[in-house]
Design a binder for this molecule. Structure first.
Ligand SMILES: [Ca+2]
Ligand SMILES: [Ca+2]
Length: 159
């Protein structure tokens, strides 16, 4: 039984090491949990037109168009100058005014046209959201592009 003394020696050695480890002061790890502060991520996204209504007029006075944006708009930056309405024959219909209905919806007043057919309505791109971002209708991350105007929307007119 020559193994027993060796085993005993090894057991003792392991025990001593374990005891040594226990008796040594352990480094204390303290977790300091901190509440996350609310952070405001600056808005850099330009608004886009979601809806233009109505899309069809039948034997009704065609004197306004309502437009809804993807977000709140700075109403001072949306005026009749930002509206382009083209008649079926290609002439321009002037917008006579823009009135906010809600934070993101506006009514564009126009002079009643006399032509039947399809009218193109384009808006932008210098209309700003409340953070000063110009429109980004094509959502490519570049605001205020001339090509970023709202897509041609159709309003049919029956007069
Ligand atoms: Ca925005
Ligand atoms: Ca764009």
């Amino acid at each position: 039984m020559t193994l027993n003394p060796f085993r005993r020696w090894l057991d003792n050695l392991q025990k001593r090491r374990r005891n040594q480890r226990r008796s040594q002061p352990r480094p204390r790890v303290r977790l300091h949990l901190e509440e996350l502060e609310p952070r405001i991520v600056p808005d850099s996204t330009g608004a886009r037109v979601l809806d233009i209504v109505p899309v069809e007029f039948r034997n009704l006075p065609f004197d306004h168009v309502d437009v809804r944006f993807s977000e709140t708009i700075n109403a001072t930056t949306f005026t009749a100058v930002d509206v382009q309405i083209t008649s079926p024959s290609g002439s321009t219909i002037a917008a006579s005014g823009v009135t906010p209905l809600t934070a993101d919806t506006f009514r564009i007043a126009i002079q009643s046209p006399t032509e039947r057919g399809t009218y193109r309505v384009q808006l932008g791109a210098n209309i700003e959201d409340v953070d000063g971002n110009l429109m980004d209708q094509n959502q490519n991350g570049v605001n205020g592009e001339a090509t970023g105007k709202s897509p041609s929307r159709i309003a049919c007119c029956c007069v």
